[in-house]
Design a protein. Structure first.
Length: 129
């Protein structure tokens, strides 16, 4: 059944109005002025609802994709920061080890020099009563 040109024009105008301001959707759904063409208006509203749902799903998928990218970026950045922290800790440990090694070497050197300078003492066993 062919739609009258006036009804087609009404639906085109109503569609533009709803896309421009969502409040017209509710008006079109409830206003008795559209009762004479209610089937056509409800069909338009269903179509607009499906289109809006498809668009919303696309935007949600796009937002999820961006969110995943941000999460990946943060994970990589966190791993990078942990890696740098580990490198810094290792560098400090190496410095501390080298410092301790130098100190131990100096202490051993001084101890050996002192031992060379000390007179040799003969130790006698002591008898405990």
């Amino acid at each position: 059944m062919a739609m009258e040109p006036q009804v087609k024009q009404l639906l085109v105008s109503l569609s533009k109005a709803i896309k421009g301001d969502r409040r017209f959707f509710l008006t079109a759904k409830t206003d008795p002025v559209f009762d004479s063409v209610r089937t056509n208006v409800d069909g338009l509203l269903d179509q607009l609802t499906r289109e809006a749902k498809i668009q919303a799903e696309k935007e949600i998928a796009s937002a999820q994709s961006v969110l995943n990218e941000v999460e990946d970026w943060h994970a990589h950045e966190a791993a990078f920061l942990e890696y740098n922290s580990a490198l810094n800790t290792m560098a400090k440990a190496k410095e501390n080890f080298q410092t301790i090694a130098i100190l131990v070497t100096l202490m051993l050197s001084r101890s050996q020099k002192r031992l060379k300078r000390r007179p040799k003492v003969l130790l006698m066993p002591i008898k405990l009563i």
